[in-house]
Ligand binder design. Sequence first.
Ligand code: FUB
Length: 327
Amino acid sequence: MMKYTKPNQPLVTHIYTADPSAHVFEGKIYIYPSHDLDHDGPDNDNGDQYAMEDYHVLSLENFDSPVVDHGEALHLRDIPWASSQLWAPDAAFKNNLYYLFFPARDQDGIFRLGVATASSPAGPFKAESNYIKDSFSIDPAVFVEDDQAYVYFGGLWGGQLEKWQTGSFESSQTEGPPADQPALGPQVALLSDDMLSFKDKPQEISILDEEGNPLLAGDEDRRYFEGPWVHKYNEYYYLSYSTGTTHKLVYGISKNPLGPFTFKGTILTPVIGWTTHHSIVQFEDKWYLFYHDSSLSEGVNHKRCVKYTELKYNTDGTIQTIDPYKE
Ligand code: FUB
């Protein structure tokens, strides 16, 4: 039991945590983070420092209660197809079961998405024997509406999205499109009714500017990098994500969960540490942003801590930009 439930403070300090996906299940707030390893290895653009091996699930009765760490919910050794790097997960509830979606490298070092199931939101989760067919890259985020679940995913650089530009994995392809060409977008796939496979091949999502033109690869303040999240507010779908190299959380909106999305603005200004990653959830009558930074390790990129803060909408549906370090 930890007692850190204040906004903009680490939720837990006994382990390093990152990439928080928050959901309200059974009336409580459940958080599915990555579990950062406490190691002193080198840091590189391929993300080798993010060498995570298991997942812990955290929960809160409400925002005035202590955080519970439910312990190890799934370990790399129990995922038959995976070889390393359990990166940002997400969870969903359907068919009276809880599903944990997660990325990991397969036996060939290629990032794929896997799924594991549990009868409780806290786990333990049992992994399927193989990764989801036709899945690739990282950062799955699942959005369920009217019995249809969608999984959004994809990440540049270490997340390998550039390597899939031809539709199959090209290990030598390290460059994305030229700066004056449309940026690579996140991917989306409809999940089958049992949540264990894609109904069809994933498709790329377009993110447009206010004039209806695709965001360009050189537009690093706005183009997609990694960490997608989709939520719905007042009939609009909001796709939010990290801009990676410019370290912001930004968003676009659409009337269709498959897009195209129109870019709207910044949700969170850069945090301490290279990565930024989030989720957005409604609890009772308020909305919350869960995010991470590297403050707990005084700036070590792969030793992060998850936090939350309230998220507010303007009357026109735009989101108020948050500076997490401003009093
Ligand atoms: O935690 C490993 C990776 O760092 C995630 O998959 C990315 O979104 C970034 O947060």
